[in-house]
Design a protein around this ligand. Structure first.
Ligand SMILES: [Zn+2]
Length: 214
């Protein structure tokens, strides 16, 4: 089997991406499974404990095929449509689920995003905003950069007059460990604004009012 992924492809940032083939991903999973067996051994977990026997295999599959999936794929190809009716107001999608992994501790980041834009020549189906968010969330992230990546991608795709992404999320590295933050109250909020949402304070306030669910 080709070892291109280990011999030729240099490592890259946790929240960057490079497309790998199915075979390469399988090779990656097999190697990871071996390493997780070693981790179990070091942590003195009996590999014959029936609850733990298949854990290395599950962990390898979970990281490669689910939690970090976006790292190994190209961005989704999304169809844009002409802005025929000359929409010149905010188009907003909110309540977009965000499920990611923090780069620092590999603990879940769980929350919601709201994305709004004012189209220029192009519009996009709202469900596509969810797909973009999912793609950039499925890798190890820091919340600040997750928002920037979503905005950069949509800016290139839509070239809108205004664009904003607000993410509210709980960081389980702060809840399960460390400062043991209270799950129901701890939340991180990040916002990235471009174009008119950056320069026009009234518009920004309207956007923030429309996405506020509390
Ligand atoms: Zn963390």
């Amino acid at each position: 089997m080709s070892n291109r992924i280990f011999d030729e492809i240099p490592s890259f940032d946790a929240n960057a991406n490079q497309e790998l083939s199915k075979e390469e991903l399988l090779e990656m999973r097999m190697r990871l499974e071996q390493k997780f067996r070693e981790v179990q051994q070091i942590l003195k977990i009996d590999p014959n404990d029936p609850n733990s026997a298949d854990t290395p295999e599950r962990m390898a599959k979970m990281y490669v095929n689910e939690l970090l999936e976006g790292r190994f794929n190209k961005p989704p190809k999304l169809t844009v449509f002409p802005n025929r009716s000359k929409v010149n107001d905010l188009v907003i999608s909110k309540g977009i689920k965000v499920m990611s992994l923090c780069s620092h501790h590999w603990q879940p980041i769980s929350g919601y995003a709201a994305i709004g834009y004012i189209p220029k020549d192009k519009v996009i189906g709202l469900s596509k905003l969810t797909r973009v968010t999912e793609y950039f969330a499925k890798r190890a992230q820091i919340q600040e950069e997750l928002g920037e990546q979503i905005v950069d991608f949509l800016q290139d795709l839509l070239e809108p007059k205004a664009l904003g992404v607000v993410i509210r999320a709980k960081h389980y590295c702060m809840i399960a460990r460390g400062v043991s933050a209270d799950e129901s109250h701890s939340e991180m909020v990040t916002s990235v604004m471009r174009g008119r949402l950056l320069s026009d304070l009234n518009l920004r306030q309207e956007f923030l009012r429309l996405i506020d669910t509390r």
